[in-house]
Design a protein around this ligand. Structure first.
Ligand code: ZN
Ligand code: ZN
Length: 120
C-alpha cells in the first residue's frame, strides 16, 4: 500500500489510444478496460480451424496495451452460445508484468467482444 502512484483519473472520451500505449513494461491491472484496448481487439479478424465436425475460432494479435502476443480462443462448438452475448477477450501474453499474481498471464486488460457468430 502507498507506493504505487495513483493512475491518472478518467482520461475519458475521445483518444483513439491511451497516450502511453503500447508499453511492454506496463504493470498488471486486473480487470483493466478501455475502448483503446477493446476496439482493435474487436476489429481483429477471426480465424477458424475445423476440428472434426466442429469449427473453433481464434484471433491472434498484439495486445494494444502491452504489445505482446495474445490469443482469443473460442472452442469448437462453444461459439453457438456466444453468438448473442459475445466473447470474453483478455490479454494472455506470457511476458512479465509487474504486480501480476503468480501463474497469471497477460497485462490484465480484457473486454467483451463480438463473437465469431456475427461474421458471415
Ligand atoms: Zn504483455
Ligand atoms: Zn497485454
Amino acid at each position: 500500500m502507498g507506493t504505487d502512484p495513483d493512475p491518472a483519473p478518467g482520461t475519458s472520451a475521445a483518444g483513439p489510444a491511451e497516450p502511453t500505449w503500447p508499453d511492454p513494461d506496463c504493470p498488471f491491472v486486473g480487470g483493466g478496460n478501455s475502448p483503446a484496448w477493446t476496439t482493435p481487439v474487436t476489429e481483429a479478424a477471426w480465424q477458424s480451424r475445423k476440428i472434426g465436425d466442429e469449427v473453433d475460432y481464434y484471433k491472434a494479435l498484439g495486445c494494444p496495451r502491452c504489445s505482446h502476443n495474445m490469443v482469443v480462443f473460442v472452442a469448437a462448438g462453444a461459439f453457438r452460445g456466444a453468438e448473442d452475448r459475445g466473447v470474453v477477450a483478455t490479454c494472455n501474453c506470457v511476458e512479465e508484468h509487474k504486480g501480476r499474481p503468480d501463474g497469471g498471464k497477460g497485462c490484465g486488460y480484457g473486454a467483451w467482444i463480438a463473437g465469431p457468430g456475427e461474421q458471415p
